[in-house]
Design a protein around this ligand. Structure first.
Ligand SMILES: Nc1ncnc2c1ncn2[C@@H]1O[C@H](COP(=O)(O)OS(=O)(=O)O)[C@@H](OP(=O)(O)O)[C@H]1O
Ligand SMILES: Nc1ncnc2c1ncn2[C@@H]1O[C@H](COP(=O)(O)OP(=O)(O)O)[C@@H](O)[C@H]1O
Length: 581
């Protein structure tokens, strides 16, 4: 190509400038990085949690341009109140580094802090320019619009974020290590270079945290057609909503889906972002990030980055609030927003169309995420109009149905309620008809090995129950059945066990709700008599609390019902859920 043509190409290049005008690259070059690594060993060190690690990676590689570090107080306050940094640049999500009071107490402004991964490897050094104690409720209201802890971003902020924020510039030593899908992990600079090499002048980016099915293919193809752009599928593989399909499985699905696009029209690249599920604010952030990666257009669909509904069944965000917010900022965003209605399947046409184009004669079919999960669990058919067979196979392998699917049956109740007896009866019945692997984690027995040395204080009971939960989650993950029978008196601990297990399979909580008078009358081990006489302190139900489950999958009272009949009830429930034959 001759020189003048090149010059014209350059002037014509529609690739947007990075946000703020310049792509940040906060990594030091070779020798300087090596020197800083050496020096960092003597600096105070902070071990980053999973969210902070994702944020650091995208700060260092420029995906969060124009940021040059974690936000100081002034920027933070502006982001909360007007979606801007202190200098007026649009920026909707606070990128903060929360640390403990104890760690903060060792620091002074101007100090350097080594930021390390979970193996203790130093990745960057932060020069402390701002140390502040945020009001996290104000932050939750501003960013998420709610204090409802059923919003995962709110729960993370209020319950799992440390109280002191450190702000300051970063100097990068090395990127966080990734061992998976390395060929699909481009930095903004690498992706910009790739797009330029391919001659992809216009690129429309698609964000997702879910497996992609036919509706997504139709939507992305239409968006590409409408804009005359090539397609960048850029799924989030950092942290998404708890309970989402893991990213390994999703990436296999995306790879399979790529074969269904016209050749050289779609590119898959992974984004190690920690999502906040902040709806409209998050959509704005996603658009800015995609601009930094060199995309010219960004697809915003229905309920973008929304966490669904609150406990009362009300959506956290209006379905099109994200599109509206982005439209308001379109001019200064520098990346074109491509709003899209939901795509739906019209069976009479055997094709997908935007929900807004559905006519009164159309017979629309839908399969929700919940319904898909149910079908995977039961092994029921997943229709070909919904997804491609390769993708259905990948999902089935990951979420085996029926007898190949792990689950945890968790009995909770007072001492003497009948937990162990019922657990034994259920195990015997399960083994009558299948060769499944079953692990029993009974209260008394666990305390002889896994929880040896623990007593009955609140902390010790918590530790005991969470250890049981940890093992149960592992058993579930491996496709086995864990049957647990501790007292587990605290709702918090049971909730944590549920959270651990549900990452891998079903959790069935059975409240063995035998009244205390009946347990006490049984008093098989003579413990109630001793507790009443004051010889056993902190005895559950007598001198220690039992928080009855509010919404267990099953509640059974053993008084007046035989263990056989109770086991029948449990097995019937498992059969109904597709967990046992
Ligand atoms: N203070 C006190 N409170 C309650 N229970 C007591 C206590 N001291 C000893 N035991 C015996 O320990 C069994 C309960 O242990 P768990 O591990 O199930 O309890 S917990 O879940 O950690 O609360 C429980 O067994 P089960 O009767 O099988 O439930 C009791 O036999
Ligand atoms: N359904 C039931 N009907 C009558 N007695 C029962 C029943 N289930 C358990 N029991 C009796 O109650 C006592 C306590 O049962 P156990 O299973 O050891 O309770 P936990 O494990 O909850 O402490 C035992 O003597 C047991 O035989």
């Amino acid at each position: 190509m001759s020189r003048p043509a090149e010059a014209i190409d350059f002037i014509d290049d529609p690739t947007p400038l990075p946000h703020g005008g310049e792509l940040k690259d906060l990594y030091l070059a070779g020798d300087a990085a090596a020197a800083l690594r050496k020096r960092s060993a003597a600096l105070p060190g902070w071990d980053l949690d999973a969210r902070q690690l994702c944020d650091l990676e995208l700060l260092l590689n420029g995906a969060f341009s124009p940021l040059e570090g974690f936000l100081g107080r002034e920027d933070y306050e502006h982001v909360l109140s007007d979606l801007r940094l202190a200098d007026g640049t649009l920026w909707p999500i606070p990128i903060t580094l929360g640390v403990t009071e104890a760690f903060a107490a060792t620091l002074g402004l101007g100090d350097e802090i080594a930021l390390r991964d979970n193996q203790g490897v130093p990745l960057a050094v932060l020069t402390l320019q701002s140390l502040y104690r945020p009001d996290r409720e104000t932050e939750a209201r501003a960013v998420f619009g709610t204090l409802d802890r059923s919003h995962p971003g709110v729960a993370d902020l209020l319950d799992r974020t440390h109280p002191v924020y450190l702000g300051g510039r970063l100097q990068g030593i090395q990127p966080p290590a990734h061992f998976d899908f390395r060929a699909l992990r481009e930095s903004p600079r690498e992706l910009r270079e790739w797009l330029a090499r391919q001659g992809w002048r216009e690129t429309v980016a698609f964000q997702t945290r879910n497996p992609m099915h036919r509706a997504h293919r139709e939507l992305t193809l239409r968006a590409a057609e409408q804009t005359g752009a090539r397609l960048l599928i850029q799924p989030v593989v950092g942290r998404t909503k708890p309970g989402d399909v893991d990213h390994f499985t999703r990436v296999r699905c995306y790879q399979a889906l790529l074969a269904h696009y016209p050749k050289n029209h779609a590119k898959l690249s992974l984004l190690p972002l920690a999502m906040r599920m902040a709806g409209p604010r998050e959509a704005l952030w996603h658009a800015i990030i995609r601009k930094n990666y060199g995309a010219t257009h960004f697809i915003v669909g229905r309920d973008h980055a929304g966490p669904g509904r609150d406990a009362a069944g009300v959506p956290f965000y209006e379905p099109f609030a994200a599109q509206e917010l982005l439209a308001r900022h379109q001019d200064e965003l520098g990346i074109r927003i491509v709003p899209f209605p939901a795509m739906v399947y019209a069976a009479n046409r055997d094709s997908y169309l935007p929900a807004t184009d559905v006519g009164s004669d159309d017979r629309v079919e839908d399969l929700s995420g919940t319904e898909l999960r149910r079908r995977l669990q039961t092994g029921e058919e997943i229709p070909a109009w919904f997804t491609y067979p390769e993708i259905a196979t990948i999902l089935r392998e990951r979420h085996p149905a029926g007898a190949r699917r792990g689950f945890t049956l968790f009995f909770t109740g007072l001492s003497g309620a009948g937990k162990s007896t019922l657990a034994e009866a259920v195990i015997a019945r399960l083994l009558e008809s299948s060769a499944r692997q079953i692990t029993l984690l009974d209260g008394d027995d666990v305390r002889k090995h896994l929880s040896r040395g623990l007593g009955f204080s609140r902390e010790d009971r918590s530790a005991n129950v969470r250890r049981i939960g940890w093992v149960a989650a592992e058993v579930t993950r491996h496709g086995g059945i864990a049957i647990c029978a501790p007292i587990a008196p605290y709702a918090d601990d049971r909730g944590e066990v549920r959270r651990l297990v549900e990452q891998h399979g079903s959790f069935v909580e059975v409240h063995v709700a035998t009244p205390i008078e009946v347990c006490e009358a049984r008093d098989r081990k003579g413990l109630y008599a001793q507790a009443r006489a004051g010889r056993i302190p902190q005895f559950t139900g007598v001198s220690d609390p039992y928080e009855a489950p509010a919404a267990p999958e099953l509640r059974l009272d053993t008084a007046g019902t035989t263990p056989h009949a109770l086991a029948d009830a449990v097995l019937a429930f498992l059969a109904e859920r597709g967990l046992a034959g």
